[in-house]
Each structure stands twice: as structure tokens, then as C-alpha cells.
Design a protein around this ligand. Structure first.
Ligand SMILES: Nc1ncnc2c1ncn2[C@@H]1O[C@H](COP(=O)(O)OP(=O)(O)O)[C@@H](O)[C@H]1O
Ligand SMILES: N[C@@H](CCC(=O)OP(=O)(O)O)C(=O)O
Length: 268
């Protein structure tokens, strides 16, 4: 892998929000600082974040994540605005400009839109801006409702699509867990962490259960779907714990942290 890398970092709802759904300011601040620092070290960074629905839910004083689609989309619109405002402030503190990019499945499936998107990312990176991406939840209805991975519908898959689109060298998924275990550690305390995955076999897919917490959506299943896209595109992917944000430095230096899914030789 090159010394100067193009890195996509995806941070899940479980890392960026408190149990109540309120934004976790300490984590957001750390993340902005470390990404600014990685940029200072010569890398190009793109942030994909989740948490708009959870933050909107809490901001609107709703008791639980709404079940009705229009309410979920409204919560996403409120939460996105809040999260972006906070990120923009933290990035500005470290002298960085951030840019908001909101995507739907159609945007990457229609070639002309995909090309526009690729050019926008490349222009932003060229100007030293940090693109900050989320799904455009307020318009991409079917996906949040059904979790239909063929389109987008989850930010794990979205981040892998962005990594592929931008020709990234590394995709890091920060979650509330140290990596991929041989079964869900929340249900099986004896579960073992896998350090490296070279191939996505049916056994690996069996290890991933369903969705994670009420606040997020994906669980491990969507992280494996992301791994498939990244590996095929010649991009390494690492799942690591967002509670130790500083681990991002070691991950970029290819130290053995979390679970690393190795890029396929053909994709490189
Ligand atoms: N084999 C597994 N290894 C690790 N975590 C697993 C596994 N199977 C299911 N999980 C669950 O996936 C959760 C992470 O997914 P999720 O809650 O969607 O996080 P995020 O919001 O970071 O995307 C873990 O907290 C864990 O409970
Ligand atoms: N676009 C949604 C993210 C949904 C999602 O994929 O959440 P997560 O499993 O926490 O990455 C939001 O911002 O709430």
C-alpha cells in the first residue's frame, strides 16, 4: 500500500450518538481532530457518518425511533442538519473545510450522475476539502424502510460504494465493537475476534447476525456486504472500535487492529 493514502472513514450511529440519541460531542471532536491530522500527514480523507435519524429523534423529543417512514425521514432531515453543523464547527477548529454530500441509490446507479459525483469528489479532494457523506434519507425512502442493499439503504454499503467510486486505498468502519467475531459477542461472550479475512466465504457470512442497536441499522451483515464491494475494488477494509478513535493512526499504518479484510489482487 502507498505511504500517502486515500482513506474513507465510516463512523456508525452507535459511535457518534449517546444511548439517548443525542450527538456524542467528544467522539465527533476526536474524529474531526484525527481526520485533520491524517490530512496534515499527507493523506486524503473522506468521512461517511451515520446518526442523523437518531439525533433527529432525540432533537424532536420523540420517545423512540419513529416507525412511520415520513417521520423517520423528517427526523433524518433534522438530525443531518444538526450533525453537519457540529462537524463543520469541529473541522473549522482544526482549520479544515468540510463539504456535505448526500447520496441516494440512484446517484451511483445512473452512470451520468455517478460521473458527476466522481468529479465532485475529485475536485473537493484536489482543493483539500474533507467530503462528509451520508445517505439522503429524506428522499431515498424505500431503502431505509426495507434495508434493500441492492440500492443503498445502509451507510456501511454506502461507504464501500464511495470508496470504490473514489478509488480509495483504505476503508475503515468504526463501530461499537472491536471487529468481526466468529459470533455476536453480545450474545456469546466466548466469541473470538478474527484479525484478517482474505476471502468472504459462506462461513464468514454466517458469523454476522441481524441489525445492531435501535439507533443504527446495519449490524455486521451490512459490514460484510461493504467488505465485498471494497475488496473487489482493490481497497482494504478494516472494522475497528470507534470508542478508541486514536486507533485510526495505527490502522492507516497497517498495524494489526480490528479485523482487516484484504483487497483482492485483481481489484488493485
Ligand atoms: N459476528 C459478529 N461480530 C461482531 N459484531 C456482531 C456480530 N454479529 C452481530 N454483531 C453486532 O453488530 C453490531 C454493530 O453493528 P451496528 O449496531 O449496526 O453498528 P454501527 O452503528 O456502528 O454500524 C455489534 O454491536 C454486534 O452486536
Ligand atoms: N443514514 C442513516 C444511517 C443508517 C445506518 O446505516 O446506520 P449505521 O448502521 O449506524 O451505520 C442516518 O444517518 O441515521
Amino acid at each position: 500500500m502507498k505511504d500517502k493514502k486515500r482513506i474513507v472513514v465510516k463512523v456508525g450511529t452507535s459511535t457518534l450518538t449517546h444511548e439517548s440519541g443525542a450527538p456524542n460531542l467528544r467522539r465527533m471532536e476526536q474524529l474531526a481532530r484525527i481526520l485533520a491530522d491524517l490530512k496534515g500527514a499527507g493523506h486524503e480523507v473522506i468521512l461517511v457518518f451515520s446518526g442523523a435519524i437518531a439525533v433527529g429523534t432525540s432533537r424532536l423529543g420523540l420517545e423512540e425511533r419513529p416507525k412511520e417512514l415520513r417521520m423517520k425521514q423528517a427526523a433524518a432531515a433534522v438530525g443531518q442538519c444538526r450533525m453537519m453543523h457540529i462537524f463543520d464547527q469541529f473541522f473549522a477548529e482544526y482549520n479544515q473545510s468540510a463539504a456535505q454530500i448526500l447520496l441516494t441509490g440512484d446517484d451511483v446507479e445512473i452512470p451520468v450522475r455517478e460521473e458527476h459525483l466522481r468529479r465532485t469528489f475529485s475536485a473537493l479532494l484536489e482543493m483539500g476539502v474533507i467530503p462528509v457523506v451520508n445517505e439522503n434519507d429524506s428522499v431515498s425512502s424505500a431503502e431505509i424502510e426495507t434495508g434493500n442493499h441492492k440500492v443503498l439503504g445502509d451507510n456501511d454499503t454506502l461507504s464501500a460504494i464511495v470508496a470504490k467510486l473514489c478509488g480509495a486505498d483504505l476503508l475503515v468502519l468504526l463501530s461499537d465493537i472491536d471487529g468481526l467475531y466468529d459470533s455476536d459477542p453480545k450474545e456469546n461472550p466466548g466469541a473470538k475476534l478474527l484479525h484478517r479475512v482474505e476471502e468472504l466465504t459462506p462461513e464468514i457470512f454466517e458469523m454476522a447476525g441481524g441489525a445492531g442497536t435501535w439507533r443504527g441499522t446495519g449490524g455486521m451483515a451490512t459490514k460484510l456486504s461493504a467488505a465485498g464491494i471494497a475488496m473487489a475494488a482493490g481497497c482494504d477494509m478494516v472494522i475497528a472500535n470507534g470508542a478508541r478513535m486514536e486507533d485510526l493512526y495505527g490502522i492507516v499504518e497497517e498495524r494489526a487492529i480490528g479485523t482487516r479484510f484484504l483487497a483482492s489482487a485483481e481489484g488493485k
